[in-house]
Design a protein around this ligand. Structure first.
Ligand code: SF4
Length: 184
């Protein structure tokens, strides 16, 4: 797997303060994507042991709520296996931290995938320029959904996702606005 950045104390890509891994590789080619440099799976840097330790150093901090995987698409074939192994390791090492993942795939194509077992919140769907709304919470376009993965899988019909939060933040939480596309 290759990646472009690891951002720290991030407030725009999930609940609380987070560490965010921006992976390389995306085949969705959404019109209006803010980060097309991440489309090439050969771009960026090799995700090596030092990069993993950089993430663990952040997760060691008690005020960090968890990790968000974004990109690029963490579920691109070039990334999926390594992302899965990294999520497993994080889940075992940091059971109290949450794991979020942004993908251009949609829930209806993913809900039976075992990779979901280590994801708390999935933001699904391609970025659709015509549905862009900068006031949406944790997502860039109205078609995307911020899904409570484990609640969705536990219910009677997991094909119908249960949302983690409403589309818009309460007025007192306006700082949560302004994400776009895959959370860039
Ligand atoms: S918006 Fe996200 S899913 Fe769409 S092309 Fe950009 S990185 Fe890929």
């Amino acid at each position: 797997m290759r990646y472009h950045d690891i951002t720290k104390d991030d407030m725009k890509n999930g609940d609380g303060l987070r560490v965010v891994l921006w992976v390389a590789g995306c085949a969705h080619c959404c019109e209006g994507c803010q980060n097309p440099i991440t489309w090439d799976p050969e771009g960026g840097l090799l995700f090596d042991e030092a990069a993993k330790m950089e993430i663990f150093d952040q997760l060691d901090k008690p005020y960090i709520s968890g990790i968000t995987f974004s990109g690029g698409d963490p579920l691109h074939p070039a990334n999926k296996g390594d992302v899965r192994r990294l999520m497993r390791e994080i889940r075992q090492k940091y059971p109290d931290k949450t794991i979020w993942l942004y993908t251009g795939e949609i829930w209806e194509r993913l809900y039976q995938d075992s990779i979901l077992q280590d994801i708390d919140v999935l933001v699904d769907g391609e970025f659709i320029l015509a549905e862009r709304d900068v006031n949406l919470m944790w997502k860039g376009s109205a078609n995307q959904r911020v899904i409570d993965v484990q609640a969705s899988l536990r219910q009677g019909n997991p094909k119908i996702p249960i949302l983690h939060c409403p589309d818009y933040a309460p007025a007192e939480d306006v700082w949560q606005k302004g994400v776009s596309a895959c959370g860039e």
